[in-house]
Design a protein around this ligand. Structure first.
Ligand SMILES: C[S@@+](CC[C@H](N)C(=O)[O-])C[C@H]1O[C@@H](n2cnc3c(N)ncnc32)[C@H](O)[C@@H]1O
Length: 439
């Protein structure tokens, strides 16, 4: 059995993505967890360099627990013994490093917004909600992450610290009974941006996922490199990349950008150029500006402080779809795009920027209405496939009169994009994030 960590409410989207590679387990899983069995033994982890087959790198799952086994026991000590019985042989079998993630499902959810919303906390998220037909199901004024539209979830107090104790006891058992193998244990790397965020291919990841106080899922699996960068196993417990709360940005949208920097393994640095399309009210812009980047923000609406007035900012009131970076700045270091529009328009915009080679890295959200239309994401994978010849065709297909020059002409040359993934981040609502970089 494989287990997948998914944003609560998006289990069906994940099931559709995995159809053909996995069949869903009939047993009910809690919101935020999807359980399935492989249809074909190697269908999910082997694969051609196709940009990342969905089963290996699902958009709607942030962590995978391959070959997970459920164990149950009434105490921490006995849970640790049961987990030991599952992982012992695998840990003993290989001379490769291993690490451990022990977590509860609730630890994979972003913290709920606290306290009254700031008066100036307007814009991005609220705009998102106008686009999202299910916005009225949300608990608050629109800033809540997607799972607020999902079935009710109850966090079990202390479950995270309990499974942490199980993890510590499991390590002690391995240390005392499997001394030689334990030499390969590596504590999880401190969380931060950059390449340190990745699980090195070949590392074995032991995962303990607490289902409740007496039941765990236990998985041990080797991280496999994805053809388009990164690994199939996330370096953060449950795929929850750390996001530091910042009260300065004018919208909470900055949280998804901070999370995206972890996933892409890079962040803007001092002096780098960023184009921020759909930048108002300025959460993303501020997040890049505070790192010393030079940001050109394009929106129909003005930005708010502290992005507005920042000396690194050039604010343009205009149409994101007709904007082209000045020739002297091409390629810009970063394309950041969080425009509210139909998925096809976002995909056409990506195709255009790829085709024109206007940026070195991109972080672009694609927003959906209701729970349909996710099939369009296959087009994004195609755009980043090696030797892609479809970007121009795609741009032509979706080009609109306002798309500007270059949108429907020319051929995409060989893709130089070493890293390209599409993920529904924990801070994404009914949207996904395209993450790509040249190197
Ligand atoms: C979700 S908000 C962006 C939030 C922003 N990333 C932040 O961190 O504050 C989407 C923005 O897209 C803008 N937008 C929608 N269509 C646009 C277009 N054609 N050109 C420029 N901006 C557009 C809206 O005005 C809105 O400010």
């Amino acid at each position: 059995m494989h287990a997948f960590i998914v944003t609560p409410g998006f289990e069906d989207a994940l099931a559709a993505e995995l159809a053909g590679a996995f069949t869903a387990r009939p047993a009910a899983a809690p919101p935020g967890l999807w359980l399935g069995d492989r249809c074909a033994p190697e269908a999910d982890r082997a694969g051609a360099d196709d940009g990342g087959a969905p089963a290996r790198d699902p958009v709607f799952a942030r962590q995978i627990l391959p070959d997970a086994r459920e164990v149950s026991a009434p105490s921490v000590h006995r849970l640790a013994e049961a987990a030991y019985a599952v992982v012992e042989a695998a840990i003993d079998a290989a001379d490769a490093p291993f690490t451990l993630h022990a977590y509860a499902l609730q630890d994979t959810w972003p913290p709920a917004p606290r306290g009254p919303r700031r008066e100036d906390d307007r814009g991005g998220d609220r705009e998102d909600d106008r686009h999202d037909e299910r916005a009225d199901e949300r608990a608050d004024d629109g800033s809540a992450p997607a799972q607020s539209a999902a079935p009710a979830r109850a966090a079990v107090p202390g479950l995270g610290s309990r499974v942490d104790l199980v993890g510590r006891q499991l390590l002690e058992l391995l240390r005392s009974r499997r001394r030689r193998a334990f030499r390969h244990y590596r504590a999880p790397a401190p969380m931060g941006n950059g390449d340190g965020d990745q699980v090195a291919p070949g590392t074995r990841l032991v995962q303990l996922l607490a289902l409740d106080r007496e039941r765990l899922l236990v998985s041990v699996a080797e991280a496999v490199a994805l053809p388009r960068g990164g690994c199939d196993l996330s370096p953060w417990p449950g795929g929850a990349a750390p996001v530091t709360i910042d009260r300065a940005p004018p919208s909470r949208a900055y949280q998804k950008l901070e999370e995206a920097f972890h996933w892409i393994g890079a962040e803007p640095t001092a002096g780098q150029t960023c184009v921020d399309l759909g930048g108002a009210p300025g959460g993303w812009a501020y997040t890049a500006l505070k790192r010393g980047a030079l940001v050109t923000a394009v929106d129909r609406a003005p930005l708010d402080p502290p992005a507005a007035g920042h000396r690194g900012l050039t604010a343009l009131v205009g149409n994101a779809f007709t904007f082209a970076p000045p020739a002297t700045q091409r390629p810009v270091d970063w394309l950041l795009c969080d425009v509210i529009c139909e998925p096809a328009r976002s995909i056409a915009l990506i195709a255009r920027w790829l085709e024109q080679r206007w940026c070195r890295r991109m972080i672009v959200t694609i927003k959906f209405k209701g729970r349909e239309g996710y099939g369009a994401l296959a087009d994004v994978r195609t755009l980043f496939a090696p030797n892609n010849q479809d970007a121009a065709k795609h741009a032509a297909k979706h080009a609109r009169p306002d798309a500007g020059p270059g949108a429907a002409s020319g051929a995409a040359s060989e893709s130089g994009w070493r890293f390209a993934r599409v993920k529904q981040l924990a801070h994404n609502k009914n949207e996904v994030t395209v993450l790509a970089r040249e190197r």
